[in-house]
Design a protein around this ligand. Structure first.
Ligand code: ZN
Length: 222
């Protein structure tokens, strides 16, 4: 984003307020669905995240652009705070959309997921240790294909077999996953999961998932 901002500034472009672009303003543009076509992918995504949609499903025909209200709120003297997507109010504008829904979803998710280096562990950044509260790192198995989630503080909790954990969580989320999910890259998949589950806690015996302040058991012994 800083490179994009730099590029635009060098070319002499300015924001609508005649200011220079910054990484923050670029992120704001990418996260704004106003440029996105109101199509079925974005309809499903917004609906899944709990946004309030004030337009009939049939109007999501891929032509006009999205309007999203209540994306931020402002306290006096403080910078704008982002509001949860569940609080967004969505309608369809008079303007033409230019970006496909799935493209916007990928960009949004990529921008809003913790940066994790590995490209195989679905729950990286989401899974936490039930003993010490720390995050998990991953380690590839040396004896055969596969990997483990390991407590980053090595507090002594049992290592968690990676694939089993990923599959268990995916199975639980299956009813909420839309078709585009399968086409997403791993960053977007993580972000998608993160939209539903704030954290997954491994207590050494079972996987528990945390939605808001509620903790529920996903599965028994693993
Ligand atoms: Zn631990």
């Amino acid at each position: 984003m800083s490179k994009t901002a730099e590029f635009l500034n060098k070319k002499g472009y300015t924001t609508k307020n005649n200011k220079s672009f910054t990484p923050v303003s670029i992120k704001g543009i990418l996260e704004n669905p106003v440029y996105t076509k109101a199509d079925m992918d974005i309809y499903k995504f917004l609906k899944d995240t709990g946004a309030q949609i004030y337009a009939g499903k049939s109007l999501f025909n891929g032509k006009n652009g999205i309007m999203a209200y209540k994306k931020t709120f402002q306290k006096p003297g403080k910078p704008n705070q982002k509001l949860d997507m569940a609080k967004w109010i969505i309608s369809i504008g008079q303007h033409e959309g230019i970006i496909d829904g799935i493209q916007w979803i990928q960009a949004y998710n990529t921008l809003n997921t913790p940066i994790i280096k590995n490209d195989y562990a679905l729950l990286s950044g989401i899974i936490k240790c039930g003993l010490c509260g720390s995050g998990f790192i991953t380690k590839k198995r040396s004896d055969r294909p596969g990997f483990y989630y390991i407590c980053a503080k090595k507090c002594g909790i049992k290592n968690l077999p990676g694939q089993t954990a990923d599959e268990t969580v995916l199975k639980k989320l299956k009813p909420f996953l839309s078709k585009p999910f399968l086409n997403l890259d791993i960053l977007s998949k993580r972000a998608f999961i993160y939209e539903y589950i704030q954290s997954v806690i491994w207590d050494g015996v079972s996987l528990n998932y945390c939605v808001g302040n509620n903790i529920k058991v996903i599965d028994g012994d693993i």
